[in-house]
Design a protein around this ligand. Structure first.
Ligand code: EPU
Length: 290
């Protein structure tokens, strides 16, 4: 391995502190490149070693298994992939930037649009890859262009229309998002803040925002809410080890401090069984399991 790479690549790196669930084992190989050239070197190394590649943002929508991840986990740190540049009513933002921080920055500059995503954690890259959103809107209509690097080390630029977005998904899930051009709208700062406060209050009332979780665990089935089905199955508060179904919103699983990934997986299994038995609906995971 070239000397520069040996400083970036680590082996058996514990991942729990990189995820919002706070559980799981180590990454077999872990890399935190701080420039695009280093990232290319890391991907080249992964290809040479025939490693599966996993892109880690702020870890707010994944469950890492207790045995860890077999492959190369690439993490873009927000201390380097963090440039935020305003161009008129647009923002050009690197993918490592925290989404909540970006929402604040846009509001401070009187740029509206992103406030519909208040309460959603994660990095901007993760938000675009997963088409983050909820009842108030998704990130999709704000995305004007995306620069990525494929796992083969090639850079790509996609303009609006070249990326397809679905419900918590996009066509960019198998490449690493580097930079996003966001088309926002000039708006009154006080009005943006008022909308943010309204959404925040609503979410805080209905979701366990300050607990360790990965947000909603299951996708909403066509025409109904997974949370409502789990709630009506009487599962709020159910526990397996240190993992519990939130009493505030039944589609959230909370790590009460001592959970392992096995506890969370068993709870997921139990929820799916019970909801299937009661309603004949097989819930699909929204979070990703590594
Ligand atoms: N409900 C219950 N019990 C519960 C939870 C919900 O009866 O424990 C009922 C609510 O009373 C409401 C309905 O179910 O009538 C829908 O609930 P909510 O408004 O909370 O929305 P949701 O469909 O459960 C979706 C997203 C959330 C997003 C919210 C708000 C999914 C899977 N969930 O939740 O996204 O924050 O709308 O916009 O799409 C996430 O993606 O991680 C996430 C949390």
């Amino acid at each position: 391995m070239v000397e520069a790479l040996s400083r970036i690549i680590r082996y058996k790196q514990p991942l729990r502190s990189y995820t919002s669930f706070g559980v799981g084992g180590p990454a077999e190989v872990f890399a935190e490149p701080i420039t695009r050239a280093e990232l290319q070197g890391v991907l080249d190394f992964g290809k040479g070693q025939d490693l599966d590649i996993f892109t880690l943002g702020r870890g707010s929508n994944i469950l890492v298994g207790d045995k860890g991840v077999s492959g190369l986990v690439v993490h873009l740190p927000d201390k380097s992939f963090n440039r935020v540049e305003r161009r008129g009513s647009e923002m050009v933002v690197e993918a490592g930037v925290s989404l909540p921080l970006l929402i604040q920055k846009a509001a401070d500059q009187g740029l509206g649009g992103l406030e519909v995503l208040v309460g959603i954690p994660g990095s901007l890259g993760g938000a675009v890859a997963m088409n983050a959103g909820g009842r108030y809107g998704t990130i999709e209509p704000l995305v004007k262009g995306v620069t990525t690097i494929g796992y083969d080390g090639e850079f790509h630029y996609y303009k609006r229309g070249d990326v397809s977005f679905g419900y918590r998904s996009s066509s960019l899930s198998d490449e690493i998002i580097l930079e996003v051009e966001l088309e926002l709208s000039k708006d009154d700062k006080a009005d943006i803040r008022k909308r943010m406060e309204g959404i925040h209050q609503e979410k805080n009332r209905t979701q366990p925002l300050s607990s360790r979780s990965a947000g909603c665990v299951f996708k909403n089935p066509e025409g109904c809410s997974a949370g409502a089905l789990i709630d009506r199955s009487g599962l709020k508060g159910t526990q397996v080890g240190g993992a519990a179904v939130s009493t505030k919103h039944a589609n959230f699983i909370i790590n009460r401090g001592s959970a392992t990934a096995a506890h969370i997986l068993e709870l997921i299994h139990n929820i799916r069984e019970e909801v299937k038995k009661r309603f004949g609906v097989l819930l699909e995971l929204e979070i990703k399991i590594w």
